[in-house]
Design a protein around this ligand. Structure first.
Ligand code: ZN
Ligand code: ZN
Length: 256
């Protein structure tokens, strides 16, 4: 039994490194790619109209309202995919135990990173609090950034710590999220940051508040420029502002 476990582990490790099945549909692949060609074609690529700053999909080319009202601290952000369908499922799996997906993430990201961020000489990741990292067992943003550093030859900077838990941000807008995150990140090696062009790597960009807050800390530590790349980003559904709120329906009369 022990031997079988040992063998299974070996096989799993071999599959992680060499890969013979598609990480999305499980079909056999023959070229060592992490994702098969049909799945690659079907992925929701973020390659149509995007906001030139936050990189999120917009209906018409141009700066989105959020970036007009509250620009991000990163010079620009880009993402390879939209946060939907198989791409959203990949992110979820990556965050809930399927650690090995960092290779898949890197493979899907490299073309955009090489095209958009040749000026960056270092990459970094979003730190987690020690407690949160212990709970998950790993920091997915770090795993992803490490792989990007290895593939691009850029230096990996592990210079930021997260000082406090910031809670769920799901229902907050960019401004509220930024308020919620204020002062959450601390740079503990300012020397390593000074005058560098740094690319923050993460899995998903929603409003961009998290990368913006980390960028703010890096800039205060005298980084030259800060950029962000995420595998996916949420489509900006209201790039020109939220539609006016509908009036709440009148309450039915109370009948005694
Ligand atoms: Zn597939
Ligand atoms: Zn924008």
């Amino acid at each position: 039994m022990k031997f079988l476990d040992f063998f299974k582990k070996k096989l799993k490790k071999y599959d992680d490194e060499v890969n013979f099945t598609c990480d999305i549909c499980g079909r056999e692949v023959f070229d060592g790619a992490r994702v098969c060609h049909p799945c690659l074609k079907l992925l929701p690529w973020n390659d149509k109209n995007i906001c030139p700053f936050c990189g999120r999909k917009v209906v018409e080319e141009g700066t989105c309202l959020e970036c007009k009202q509250q620009p991000l601290k990163v010079k620009k952000a880009r993402s390879a995919l939209l946060y939907e369908g198989d791409a959203a499922r990949l992110v979820l799996r990556f965050k809930t135990g399927e650690k090995f997906l960092f290779r898949t993430f890197a493979e899907l990201s490299m073309p955009v990173i090489q095209r958009e961020f040749p000026m960056c000489d270092a990459v970094t990741f979003i730190p987690m609090t020690r407690k949160a990292e212990k709970r998950r067992g790993y920091n997915q943003s770090r795993l992803f950034a490490e792989e990007i550093a290895a593939r691009t030859g850029k230096e990996l900077l592990s210079v930021a710590v997260k000082r406090r838990e910031t809670g769920a941000q799901k229902f907050l807008g960019r401004t509220e999220r930024e308020k919620n995150l204020e002062g959450a990140f601390h740079i503990n090696d300012r020397k390593a940051v000074k005058d560098r062009r740094i690319l923050i790597i993460d899995d998903t960009l929603t409003t961009g508040a998290t990368v913006s807050e980390l960028a703010d800390a890096l800039l205060r530590a005298k980084a030259k420029e800060v950029y962000a790349f995420t595998l996916t980003s949420a489509e900006n559904k209201h790039p020109y502002g939220l539609p006016p709120l509908e009036k709440a329906p009148a309450r039915p009369p109370v009948i005694d």
